[in-house]
Ligand binder design. Structure first.
Ligand code: SF4
Length: 217
């Protein structure tokens, strides 16, 4: 049993990567020191005990993006998610940088309740999770731990320009092509055109943030 710092829990569709379009419950953990300039979840970065709520079911009803977070025991969290979910589909653990925290218990607790669990990580921390967990590695502003390139089930690379691809050329050359997708940052048109071109050249996959195009969470 372990306790986790959790910013919010909500139900939506996975908008990116391999599982695009699948209904999912998102569990956003608090805390990140990676410092990406294009981060769209800055509210989930800061860990400051004055921002803590007492344990509360309010976690499931956050109306706006705030840095307030809860400390939750993983088994309780998994049980509450199971009770509130219409279907046992995909459970996505994201952040912040979720792997700052040991995810072994939460991934196991969710898996045992019938969810298929996915972690979205920048790869900067050691990944501790249950064996069946799907790991999406999204290399960002800080170096990826070498072991995480092998652990990942998919590589989803955020792209603003050609340097973002060149920076990881060596590592990407060792990854099977079907695991790799390029994702334009912030739906930027120039980045999108670049990703389309490179995906065609390299036989990689394009990942668009469809939730932003259709206006859902
Ligand atoms: S790793 Fe994710 S949460 Fe952390 S700064 Fe980068 S985009 Fe934001």
């Amino acid at each position: 049993m372990s306790c986790l710092l959790v910013n919010e829990v909500f139900w939506s569709l996975q908008g990116e990567g391999f599982f695009t379009g699948r209904p999912a419950v998102f569990i956003r953990l608090q805390g990140c020191y990676v410092g990406c300039p294009y981060c769209d979840t800055r509210y989930a970065q800061t860990i400051d005990s004055t921002l803590q709520y007492p344990q509360s079911a309010e976690l499931f009803h956050k109306k706006q993006n705030t840095s307030l977070y809860f400390t939750i025991e993983s088994n309780w969290l998994a049980e509450e998610i199971a009770k509130r979910s219409k279907h046992k589909t995909l459970a996505i653990i994201t952040g912040g940088e979720p792997c700052r925290q040991d995810l072994t218990d939460l991934t196991q607790d969710l898996s045992k309740r019938g969810f298929y669990v996915q972690i979205e990580t920048s790869g900067t921390e050691a990944i501790h999770c249950y064996e069946s967990t799907w790991i999406t590695l999204s290399p960002k502003a800080k170096p990826v731990l070498p072991v995480n390139w092998q652990k990942a089930n998919e590589i989803k690379l955020p792209v603003r320009n050609t340097q973002d691809i060149a920076r990881y050329e060596q590592e990407l050359s060792k990854v099977p092509r079907e695991k790799i997708s390029l994702q334009p940052v912030s739906c930027d048109p120039q980045a999108t055109a670049l990703c389309v071109q490179v995906c065609q050249e390299r036989n990689w996959r394009l990942s668009l943030q469809i939730h932003k195009y259709i206006g859902i969470l």
